[in-house]
Design a binder for this molecule. Structure first.
Ligand SMILES: Cc1cc2nc3c(=O)[nH]c(=O)nc-3n(C[C@H](O)[C@H](O)[C@H](O)COP(=O)(O)OP(=O)(O)OC[C@H]3O[C@@H](n4cnc5c(N)ncnc54)[C@H](O)[C@@H]3O)c2cc1C
Length: 453
């Protein structure tokens, strides 16, 4: 048997995709290191997401114990659609059905808690390098060199750009930028262009809030329903759902406390230049002012859940920023550099699958890299195989999110009424169930065997 072709991997970005990949590679005996620009782990970074059965199965496939996943996931059962005045339009047991069908942990989780779970064993082996912003990459026949903002240079056999929706690594591999790669004044190197790192979606802003005392009663019955994903569409999209362990930041021992996250989109055209929005957006005073102004100028009904959600949002846990997106890419790799997660296929937040897709990527990429042997052109073959497996699936996910966005941002009152009736039928008539299941099928891991693992 030929020796493995890849020994050392530099992963740029310590988000969900980068950390999942590093976990998967280390499990396969490959020496992976993560370079993350954030100065340290933050338990308050971001809000929440829905861990789907495919994401759960993939986490187990890379060695995350099922009980660790269950600890951070708050189970969801229903999807509940209400009108602007709080009237129930439709309810479906879609998530409950999926729980029964796939028998995998499924529900809301704080993103920071999944980061924590993924990062823990890597940090113990000093594989996460915080405050390590990569500012340039260069490759040659033997490997890749990444230059950090500090001036330090890091050498690896290959480099994976898991640097998110504003990926700079994406530009370093793009065929259109090959000229830059070749003609750079730095020999063989590509220095990032700050102006390129802007990928804003020009139709919507978004508010994300986290409520930490979600075990206390709510005035709004559906907002307080712990196992429902609540949706309302009168002025942009409002959704809310319960989140996992929700470590209680108010108590000294960080004991369990169920949390709740909510999101409200705002139809607002504009040419935004966002970068690192999840960090930049955490200016609490600005976000609070923006939310207050938005509620004041929008004809929300007195019983709309956003009013209570805004009141109950924990201090410092409100974010506001324009939604970012980037076109789904055809070219995912160049030489020894390859993309993963949002860097390759960021989706709009309308399928609840974007984060799960980055975990799926990690499973597939680690598999092909571990199987690559030193004969022939192993790195190219591995990256090509990974792209072949992941391209169509992620493209369908991005397209679905765009279609959902188009439907949800209709402005005309007539269209709104038509949309609410249509969505009501979709939610209660089994179509939602079908659509959810269709997204899960095609998961690179056998969900049944992950269940047994
Ligand atoms: C702080 C944060 C909070 C988020 N919160 C939520 C949320 O609550 N809900 C939700 O649905 N999605 C959230 N997202 C987005 C979500 O995590 C991604 O859409 C999805 O998980 C795909 O993950 P990814 O690893 O491809 O990208 P990301 O999770 O965006 O991770 C990319 C990472 O790369 C790092 N990075 C970027 N450039 C460089 C560089 N040059 N050098 C070193 N590091 C670099 C970033 O700091 C980031 O940690 C958040 C993203 C971030 C960064």
């Amino acid at each position: 048997m030929s020796p493995p072709a890849v020994h050392r991997v530099a992963v740029v970005g310590g988000g969900i995709g980068g950390l999942a990949l590093a976990r998967a590679l280390v499990r396969k005996g490959i020496d992976a290191h993560v370079y993350e620009q954030a100065p340290s782990f933050s338990s308050t970074a971001g809000a929440g997401f829905i861990l789907q059965p495919n994401g759960s199965a993939c986490l187990q496939a890379i060695g995350v114990p099922r009980d660790e996943i269950e600890q951070i996931v708050h189970p969801l059962r229903d999807v509940t659609l209400i009108g602007g005045a709080g009237r129930l339009l439709a309810r479906s047991n879609a998530f409950g059905d999926m729980q029964r069908r796939y028998a995998q942990p499924l529900g809301g989780a704080l993103r920071a808690e999944l980061v924590d779970v993924l990062a823990h064993p890597l940090a113990a082996e000093h594989r996460i390098h915080w405050a390590s912003r990569v500012v340039a990459v260069a490759q040659d026949d033997e490997g890749v060199t990444a230059t950090l903002e500090t001036g330090e240079r890091v050498r690896a056999d290959i480099l994976i750009g898991a640097d998110g929706v504003h990926s700079q690594i994406a530009y370093a591999i793009d065929a259109a930028h090959e000229r830059l790669l070749r003609e750079s004044p730095r020999p063989g190197g590509y220095r990032f262009q700050p102006a390129l790192g802007t990928n804003s979606y020009e139709h919507e802003r978004v508010f994300y809030g986290v409520i930490l005392d979600a075990d206390l009663p709510f005035r709004h019955e559906e907002l307080g329903n712990p196992h429902t994903l609540l949706e309302e569409l009168s002025h942009g999209e409002f959704i809310s759902y319960g989140l996992g362990r929700g470590r209680d930041e108010r108590s000294a021992d960080g004991g369990p406390c169920r949390a709740l996250m909510w999101m409200q989109t705002v139809r607002e055209a504009g040419d935004y230049k966002a970068r690192d929005e999840w960090t930049a957006a955490r200016d609490p005073a600005r976000a609070n002012d923006a939310l207050r102004a938005f509620i004041a100028r929008s004809p929300f009904h007195d019983d709309h859940p956003i009013r209570e959600a805004a009141e109950r949002t924990a201090r410092g846990r409100l974010s506001s920023f324009p939604i970012s997106a980037r076109a789904h890419r055809d070219v995912w790799h160049h030489g020894r550099i390859c993309l993963l997660g949002d860097a390759a296929h960021a989706t709009l937040p309308y399928t609840a699958q974007g984060l799960n897709m980055s975990i799926e990527d990690a499973v597939v990429l680690a598999d092909v890299l571990a199987d690559a042997d030193a004969s022939g052109s192993p790195v190219h073959a591995a990256f090509a195989a990974y792209t072949r497996v992941r391209h169509a699936r992620t493209k369908a996910c991005v397209a679905q999110a765009e279609a959902n966005a188009a439907l949800l941002r209709s402005r005309a009152a007539l269209l709104d009424r038509w949309r609410d009736s249509l969505l009501g039928a979709v939610v209660s008539g089994g179509v939602l169930q079908y659509a959810f299941n269709a997204q899960i099928e095609g998961c690179p891991v056998d969900i049944q065997s992950a269940r047994a693992a």
